[in-house]
Design a protein around this ligand. Sequence first.
Ligand code: ADP
Ligand code: MG
Length: 249
Amino acid sequence: MILDVRGIDTYYGLGHILHGLSLHVAEGEVVALLGRNGAGKTTFFNLLTGQLAPTSGRIVFDGRDIAGTPSHRIAHLGIARSFQRTSIFPTLSILDNVWLAAFARQASWRGLAWRRTDGYPALAERAMAVLEEVGLAGKAAAPARAISHGEQRQLELAIALAANPRLLLLDEPAAGLSSDETQKMVALVRTLKGRYTIILIEHKIDVVMSMSDRISVMHFGSVIAEGMPAEIQRNAEVRRAYLGGIAPS
Ligand SMILES: Nc1ncnc2c1ncn2[C@@H]1O[C@H](COP(=O)(O)OP(=O)(O)O)[C@@H](O)[C@H]1O
Ligand SMILES: [Mg+2]
């Protein structure tokens, strides 16, 4: 088990947002998080990346409790979150943006070793490989500000992948994209299955049903159901709380 979250409670001020939330992820799994807007999904990611500390509960990642660990430390432990606009340097090339992300992960624990053994070409190779993966290799030299909205999102994903994360958090990867861009992004996310361990927050039920190994359903800050996609689809409580009329029957 790479991630084992137990009994998390979280507040924003007086607002009690997460109520005894528990969730686990095994290495290599794609676990989807479903839930209405405001259920606490993004808040949960904020906890996993160290932007927020729980008031109680445990977040065990790779055998150690990381609850309350600062985000830069968590990034180095191998948890990456995509779709953080702030991580893009607009005037730098796409390749340099990805290279920097790869470097930032390496530098803290092996900076000197890399320098001595001339590891930089390896990082450049990693950056190019990641750009191939997300379909941006052809634009490697373009400045990050010169690409389309959809491509920016591909770049954000590349930046997350460059660190070779042990756990990848995807928060509504296709949100705000046009239908063409959405199709591309969904296809791209599908290619990650089997190669990365992923928690996916996504509202498109067909995407979730077809690519998740397991689904956890959140409702008002707790997980109300957990299971294989087919089980979740049949679960009456889930249908009432979340799926409503949009569940395929
Ligand atoms: N920075 C914040 N300060 C105060 N309340 C917040 C903050 N962020 C989110 N919330 C509240 O926490 C609850 C859960 O939000 P969120 O985790 O974003 O839900 P989801 O991602 O499932 O839509 C909502 O009621 C939201 O209004
Ligand atoms: Mg959210």
